[in-house]
Design a protein around this ligand. Sequence first.
Ligand code: AMP
Ligand code: GLY
Length: 393
Amino acid sequence: IGQERLAKNDELVKCVGIGASELEKLASFAEDQKIDLTVVGPDDPLGLGIVDLFQARGLRVWGPNKQAARFEASKAFSQDFMERHGIPTAKAGTFSTPDDARAFAATMDGRCVIKADGLALGKGVLMCENQAEANAAVDQIMVDQAFGSAGANVVIQEYLEGIEVSLHALCDGTTCKLFPTSQDHKRALDGDQGLNTGGMGTYSPAPFLSEAELLDVGAKVVDPWLKGCQAEGIDYRGIIYPGVMLTQSGPKVLEFNARFGDPETQVYLMRLKSDLVELFSACVDGTLAKETLEWSSQSAVCVVMASGGYPESYEKGKAISGLDEANAMTGVTVFHAGTKLSGEEVVTNGGRVLGVTAPGDDLASAMAAAYAAAEKIRFEGAHLRRDIGAKAF
Ligand code: AMP
Ligand code: GLY
């Protein structure tokens, strides 16, 4: 649910009960409501071609079309594309049989990362330390088909060491505009322990890249990516989000996402001073070259409050208190992720429940503000990491 209000009439923003993959219904809704611009958030509808469908029905829509969304919908496509266009990435191979996959993993002594080719709710990536783990991962994805048809092919990458950063760039087909850096925290527990999650918190900027170094990484990653798209006739309009490992031998792309990162977006929105709708429009119209992205010099931190047990099983429907108090703190925005209204009450309704986000003049004060706001919010079993941003020091 949202607690945001509409600018035009101050009414509460409504959540409509149409699923993200119900493309025809979404298009009919946009038609009925005379929506000026639809902004597509999640990967599934992009992969299914929601942008193509809206365009065919004459509706204005922001996001990559089906062909362009393959960068996220198929890891094999992305890996091959990177190799074709000289984009630095991990040593890798793509395999369609378990025997070939196990044999390739063995060339790395089993120390590798095995990824289902297709979309798997962010869960299709298995990090392996040895051959036994690699064999088990191949069995899980290809034999037991834990991720269904998404695992018919796998990409196996060498296991990279380094600092992971998130890059984002808006794109209008011919121009890219790079965002400042941010860093996600993928593991569930402090000190990067525990299971991989969708992301437990972010901060921006990340100090591991100076402005000049960021431009250099952009030149190594985003520029050849855009040239490659143009050479292959891929009309990419939307946001491209490469996950990058800063290794001792330079930046290497782990994967591409064809959408905004969650919870990277929460910290970006705190810092973005330009009008987001104008930027989206410029992507759709192909006029991004004329736009400037202005960012606040402040830092921002987002602390995710998750349900107890996440990313494994968890209960829903826990009453949440303290939202108004937290939101009333200077600069703080509490973004809703897994919540719903039950009568008058806001209750938990997902794994990652809230993104408690705050700006600050420096990273330390943004961290203090985000954690002070999170302190105000209570629900049974709430889990958060206590070290979001700590790596920067
Ligand atoms: P992906 O969805 O492909 O970005 O993978 C999810 C997470 O797994 C990444 O954010 C990294 O933390 C980790 N990861 C993916 N690929 C590699 C790799 N080749 N080496 C080390 N870690 C990786
Ligand atoms: N921040 C992780 C993701 O959005 O995939």
